[in-house]
Every structure is written in C-alpha cells, then in structure tokens.
Write a protein that binds this ligand. Structure first.
Ligand code: DSN
Length: 422
C-alpha cells in the first residue's frame, strides 16, 4: 500500500537533510554562477503528481495512454521557449545540458567526425570535446582556446583551426567566460567552412531572454541550454533550432538517448519560462549583470585580479596566479564564512585541476535574493577578509557572523525555508 505519511514521518533522516540544506542556502552567499533559486511555483510543480507518468514520444504521438494533459504541458513549454528565444523549433525533453549536447552531437555527426570546440581548461565544458567525456571519445576534437594575455576568444584563432581542420561542427559557448561571445562571428566562420554552428548558452540563457546578452539563435543552426542557471528554472536541458535539423534532434533525444521524459521537470520548465517572459524577469536579468559588474569592480578595488578585467555577464573568474592562495585554498576559506564559490582553472594554469589558480563567481542567486550593488561591495570586503584570514578560525568565525546577518536581511525562499519541500 502506498504510504500516505509526510516526508518527515516517512524519512526523518532525509527530511532533516533537506532542512539543513535549506538553512545552508538561506544563510550563505551563493556565488556559484551556474546555480540559482527557483520560485515556489516551479518547486510545487516539480514535486507534484506529474512525477509519476511515462510519456515516451512527443505531444500527439506517445507510446502510453493517459498523456492528454502532458501533451498540453509540453506544448506550453515549447511555445514559451520559442517565444523566449525566437527559435523555430524546440525540444524540452533533455534531462540535462549534457544530455542535450549528447543528442546534438550524435544527431548531427557520425562517430569519428571532427568538432571544433572550446578548451575545457579555458572555460569550455566537458561535453564540448573533453577527452574524458563522450564528446572527446567518439569524435575527433580540435579545441580553440582564449588568448593567453587578453583571455578573450579571437576570431583569427577560431578561423585558422576551422580552415585547417574543416570540422563538421563548431561549438560556441563557455562556462567560465565573462565577456560577450561573438555568435555572429562563429556563425560566419562555420558557414565559410561548411560546418554547423552549435551554440551552448547554458550559462547565459536567462540573460539572453532578459535582453542583456546577445542571442545566438539567428546565427546558429542548433542552440542548447540548461534551464536552471541564469534562466532560474528547474534542472534540465533543451534544444532549439531550425525545423529541418530539429527532426534529427528529436529522434536523437527520443528514442536515441532517452526513454520517458521527466514530465514534472518539463512542467517546471514551462512555469519558469512563463516567469522568464515577464517584465520582472527582464529587470532581474539586467540586475544580474549590474551586480556582476559591481562585484568585479569591488573585487579589483580589494586587490584581486580578474580574467579580462571584468565582466559583461553574470560570471567572472578571479585569477590567483602570482599569489600564495590557490583556488582550492580560496574555496575552503570562503566556505568557512559561508561564501560558496568553485575553484576553477585559469587559462595556462600552472596548478592541477583539483587545486587550480582561480575561483569562478557569479551573481544569479544573490540577485534573486535581492542583493544590489551595495551588497556586492560587502561581498568583496568579506572575500578579501576571509582569504587574508585563511587558517585563523576566530577571524573566520567573526566574518561568518557578518555573512549570516546580511543573509537574514534578504530571505531567499520568501515562501518560507523548506516550505516548498513539504
Ligand atoms: N557544471 C556546470 C557549471 O557549473 O558551469 C556546467 O555544466
């Protein structure tokens, strides 16, 4: 018989961990740029009865009965996604950004074909051709990097590699690149060498929808994104593109790589897309960038060096080369005061990926909780103080108290800590 008890009754251990995680997030400054905090409405639908259903196939063409409401849900998600990005066709079923990218590469290419993608250690993603990932194992990968002085992507580097290696796909999109990516340039070079331009805007999607970062859709054959970063939706991925190519993408997603779509997540995407199409979201996106720029300035005032000297987006990378602090040291010291960041390689990093010489920061979650430029200045002060105090537990505890006090003034889950999980 189905258990009708609440989570706290059925599994107090997990309930307690959910409570602790809610408290951790409420009382810490979340600067991981790929994370955010979804709305109550998104959490509600993701924790709803929709989690129970199999809907293999697509709207109107399912392999299971009882899918009529799911067809409507998926169509709403697709229509809203088309409106957000001006895309011709959309597939909202990928379980994640990695699943979306897997489907795109296998949908467009045959194993052994050549792809030109960004280097992982220069800010690309595992699925853009890393040797430890399917993308690097099944395809012949040529990687472009950023200029080692300016840390910017340069057209002549992309063009040179494209002309020499004649890839079938050129990937644009980064996970640790703070500046505007020139999608038009990638589209132009791809056309010149007869390649598809595949753009992965997982990091920038919310900024694009909010009108504060360029949209690759007019310049790319296929665009993928996750839905949970700046877009502030539930965890998941999606694929957008031209009608003719999307037929291949749809087949690659299902039955190519996935079985039943996670319809509670698809519904969560639909809800998040509705939220993202509001004026309020446009203001949010613009504040994300304003806050990131302020944080970048304030960190530099505190003596930190930033790759490219700032940001045009939500993300920035602190370059710790030439200091005694490693990325791992900084992540640990900041973690002790309740500032969550991730260590990150910098281009040409002399340290191994488990240590690194950088930390990656972003403003999406702190902007969601209502922080403005004044709070960005305080974050920079806390970061300087925490890194200088590394190893001094008393000093770190003192900074931690200040972080908690600041967070208490800006509740993240205004529907009440943990309530969305009940
Ligand atoms: N793990 C994500 C990020 O943090 O950028 C990319 O998938």
């Amino acid at each position: 018989m189905r258990n009708a008890g609440s989570l706290a009754e059925v599994d107090p251990d997990i309930a307690e961990l959910v409570r602790k995680e809610t408290e951790r997030k409420e009382l810490s400054i979340e600067l991981i740029p790929s994370e955010n905090a979804t709305s109550r409405a998104v959490m509600e639908v993701c924790g709803s009865v929709l989690t129970d259903k199999y809907c293999e196939g697509y709207p109107g063409k399912r392999y299971y009965g009882g899918c009529q409401y799911y067809d409507e849900i998926e169509k709403l998600a697709i229509d809203r996604a088309k409106e957000m990005f001006g895309a011709e066709e959309v597939n909202v079923q990928p379980h994640s950004g990695a699943s979306a990218n897997l489907a795109v590469l296998f949908g467009l290419l045959n194993p052994g074909d050549t792809i030109l993608g960004p280097r992982l250690d220069h800010g690309g993603h595992l699925t853009h051709g890393s040797p430890v990932n399917f993308s690097g194992k099944y395809f012949n990968v040529v990687a472009y990097g950023v200029n080692l002085d300016s840390h910017l992507i340069e057209e002549h580097e992309v063009r040179k590699l494209a002309e020499f290696h004649k890839p079938k796909v050129i990937i644009s999109g980064m996970t640790a690149y703070s500046r505007q990516i020139d999608f038009e340039m990638f589209g132009r070079v791809a056309k010149e060498v007869g390649a598809y331009h595949f753009s992965d805007v997982s990091h920038y999607a919310g900024l694009i929808v909010g009108g504060v970062y360029d949209n690759p859709v007019p310049h790319a054959d296929i665009v993928t994104t996750t839905t949970h970063k700046t877009l502030r939706g539930p965890r998941g991925g999606m694929i957008m593109g031209r009608g003719d190519l999307m037929k291949k993408m749809n087949k690659a997603v299902f039955p190519g790589f996935q079985g039943g779509p996670l319809m509670h997540q698809v519904a969560g995407k639909a809800v998040a897309f509705k939220e993202a199409l509001t004026d309020e979201f446009r203001i949010y996106a613009s504040r994300v960038v304003t806050n990131a720029r302020e944080l970048a300035e304030a960190l530099q005032d505190q003596g930190f060096k930033l790759l490219t000297g700032g940001t045009d987006s939500h993300v920035m990378v602190v370059d710790l080369r030439g200091t005694e602090t490693t990325g791992a040291d900084a992540e640990t010291a900041l973690g002790k005061v309740g500032i969550t960041v991730n260590k990150n390689t910098v281009p040409g990093d002399p340290r191994p990926p488990a240590i690194t010489s950088g930390i990656r920061l972003g403003s999406p979650t702190v902007t969601t909780r209502g922080f403005r430029t004044e709070e960005m200045d305080r974050i920079a002060e806390f970061m300087r103080a925490a890194i200088d105090a590394a190893g001094d537990e008393a000093k770190l505890a003192n900074i931690r108290e200040k972080v908690v006090a600041l967070c208490r003034n800006f509740p993240l889950y205004d529907h009440g800590p943990g309530r969305a999980h009940r």
